[in-house]
Design a protein around this ligand. Sequence first.
Ligand SMILES: Nc1nc2c(ncn2[C@@H]2O[C@@H]3COP(=O)(O)O[C@H]4[C@@H](O)[C@H](n5cnc6c(=O)[nH]c(N)nc65)O[C@@H]4COP(=O)(O)O[C@H]3[C@H]2O)c(=O)[nH]1
Length: 846
Amino acid sequence: MNTALPPQALVLVVDDDTMTRILVTEALEPEGFRIEEAASGLEALAAFQRGVPDLILLDVAMPGMSGFECCAQLRLLPGGAHVPIVVLTGNDDDDSIKQALEAGASDFISKPMQWRLLAHRLRYLLRASSALTELNRIQESLSHAQALARLGNWEYRLADGDGYWSPELLRILGLDADSGPTSFERLLQCLPEDQRPLLLEAFMELHASGTGYSLEHRVQQQDGGERIVFHQAEAVREGRQVLLMRGTMQDITERKRQELRIEYLANHDALTDLPNRQLLNDRIGQAIVHARRSGLYLATLMLDLDRFKFVNDSYGHPVGDALLQEVARRLQHAVREGDTVARQGGDEFVILLTDLPDSDTAEDIAKKVLAVFAEPFSLGEHTLHVSTSIGASVFPADGDSGDTLLKTADAALYSAKDKGRNAYQFYNHKMGVLVEERAEIEHALHQALAQGELELHYQPKVNLVSGKIYGMEALLRWRRPGIGLVPPDRFIPLAEETGMIIAIGEWVLRTACAQLGVWHAYGFAHLTMAVNVSARQFRQVDMPQLVRAVLADCGVPAHCLELELTESVLMQNRDLVVRALEQLKEIGVTLALDDFGTGYSSLSYLKQFPIDVVKIDQSFIHDVTDSVDGASLTRSIIAMAKSLHLATVAEGVETEGQLGFLNTNHCDAMQGYYFSRPLPGAEMDLMLYAGTRLPPESCHAVAPQRVLLLVDDEEHILSALRRSLRKEGYQILSTTNAQEALELVASHAVGVILTDARMPGMSGNELLRRIKGIYPEIVRVMLSGYPELHSVTAAINEGSVYKFITKPWDETLLKDHLLEAFLRFESGVQRPPRGPHGIEISNRAA
Ligand SMILES: Nc1nc2c(ncn2[C@@H]2O[C@@H]3COP(=O)(O)O[C@H]4[C@@H](O)[C@H](n5cnc6c(=O)[nH]c(N)nc65)O[C@@H]4COP(=O)(O)O[C@H]3[C@H]2O)c(=O)[nH]1
């Protein structure tokens, strides 16, 4: 504590008696004091305001303002509260002393004064005052620090039972300073009842043996509020005897709240507020212990929303998120309070069912959970029908740890998905074998790339006009040590799931392009290389950038690289995919749609993507020779692709019959065992050098050009029609004269005729009737104005007209209807004409 005196303390001497002032000055100045004099109370106040003295000597008996009043007023002046004021009183004047102390005096000196001792007395008073000031400062600073740290303290002296509680302790306990004794009993009452034994026990131990304690407990404030405190105490002992006990209590409520929040977030999923994987594992662990003790069953149901990715990609992530939240809410409603619904991540949820009397109950609940999805989900402006697949496992039969129960439920979920969507499946041991196999493959696949166990085989693609190999498809193989060649179906789905496909896919692209570079260098510069790209690669890799880099590294021209995409690639975030595909097109790469026909592909869907080639799935090709449906579906796919100017490649061609069918229907290319199985690069070298090809009799001629004949007596109509159709790739013949039309039909392979209804000489009706008689395969289309509709119903009834197009025509519909007419011509099927009540006016969308 700093109690040093000021170097020359200033003493204000207030006395109406001049002699006294002189004597005081005489006594103090030689002792190093400075003196200021005031002859009255008013003068004293003025002097004080000029400069605050270190001490005031004040006579009580003065005319005018008394010393008592002066003392009281001095205390009120700024800086006056702590200045020591010593009053000068008459000897044994007890009343004056009392009155002065009440007015705020610090001490008194009785007259007559002992001048010799005055300086000592004043020095002592100054030192005491300075110590007091410092003590006050420290006290105040301690209070501030305690308030800041929310730390209170207490003391308890055993000898006299005296106790002390700091202001902050009182605040923490929610008590006023004067609200009662500072005893341990009272402290104990501040705790909620359930916490009291804890503190009591610790306190008794402290009291008896002096062993300190550190506790976290709650305190109950008078207004009902609750705080959490960290309470520490120790004993001061002399020998074995405890003299004093003291402790601190820190309010840690906020910190605890933060900790609880952090703990909550670590254990819950932020989107749905459901327990996350970690908390679920804890709960399963506890539930297993409980089930062992109670002999009851427990089950884990693992759910995966069907086609959730589609929802996310089509409607955007906010809708996907809202769906997950609503699913979470419905699932929680569907189970009991004691059960746990957790989100594993993505669209995967797990329900932990406890205290089941038997395993059949789990099945009932699985059905109930499926039913939860029967109602559509209303999410803002969207109404979505969403289903789920459920895999279930039961303790103890399917696993005796959380890990195994989740693994077996996962295996069952796989099987539920296989069964078709919106289904549940309980685990059985056959699935277990699959799970182990998967785990084993996953482990081995991690090493495969690094250890050079992957290789590419190449399957040739053959042009069906020239019969020559024009390109290859790179197909991945895994040469597993001790096992042999593993086909891609066995490991690519797993590589997709685990993300390994990213590295593997890049390796495939590089290896295939490098091989192509070698073939180009050896003189097979016309060859193309097709590489399969998976949906995940497309999602996670900047494909245009990767392709650009690989092409540059291998020195292969972009148009020789073909990327085979499946529909699942196109089904991803449409805008992103279209942008990436367009960039790939800018690079010059060819894009093929693989396994066409097996998914959701439709004509209108395909139009959105810059695809060049359609690969017809082998399941269709397999059927073309022995199923009418297979044949007609394949024929339509080829026709449809042609109408979109897409090349067609048939996959999985195994027989001469299938090849014949493809030739008849003008498929552009084939790939399949009939020509060659996929082969290692070295064997493919031999095939290329040998010039292996399909014999000419196994090929078809170039597809004949589509010949369209336009007939109208008005030249400007003909030239308008020619303008509309000039980019359609037809060979267009035209005439203003019906007779000449008949000659043109005789000398050209006309497929479709479009004629005006009203013409001088021979009418359109008559012309088409004649053509029908001579060339029934030609598809006949009539162009007419509305007023003439009446006159053409006869032609319809006769079946001489396939379609009407009204004037003035809509250009897009005109093109669509003519294309349809050519497809009909090429497939050799004429649609039966409609009856009189069903005239088809073809300027309207069908
Ligand atoms: N029954 C029959 N099958 C024939 C015939 N001709 C060819 N195949 C097989 O049909 C599959 C054609 O490949 P895909 O449709 O792209 O189907 C591929 C492709 O989707 C995927 N795949 C193969 N390599 C890769 C790759 O490097 N990356 C990715 N992402 N997928 C790949 O694995 C699938 C299966 O590949 P593979 O087992 O090589 O099977 C190949 C090929 O060996 C035939 O005449 N009859």
